[in-house]
Design a protein around this ligand. Sequence first.
Ligand code: ZN
Length: 160
Amino acid sequence: MIMDIVCLPNVSLRKKALKVLKISDEEKRMLEEMAETMYVKGGVGLAACQVGIDKQLVVVDIGDGLMKLVNPVIIKKEGCEALEEGCLSVPEAVIKVKRAKKITVEYLNEKGEAMTITAEGLLARVIQHEVDHLLGKLIVDYLSPIKKLFFSNRLTIRKL
Ligand code: ZN
């Protein structure tokens, strides 16, 4: 089933997602539907809050195959690079975001096994973007204060 993507200013996007305590059939089904939705919408990543689900679930596919990440945590960041990004939940916006070039992430796969991976380049960027979603953070939060003012007519900016 294709899920509806929630967009700003929907409050679901601003919550800290809850940790998944048990990966049951329900979570597996959610991950499957999130992946299907991501492919149909032409995204390279999707976090559960973008389809209104308050759980730490993420799917990513940059063209190298589907990854399902439960409770992902970035434990190491290296380097820094500013590149333009878009987001299915912030339609039309293309925003330059500074992120680490290389990251190490810990997560559970859908079998509940603890995984640690090191990612670079686009994969590292997409995972950082999706982990931001789980923390209630969006690409608009990376705008300079002056651009935030400009955007605030249309978007709800997170209160810091
Ligand atoms: Zn996004």
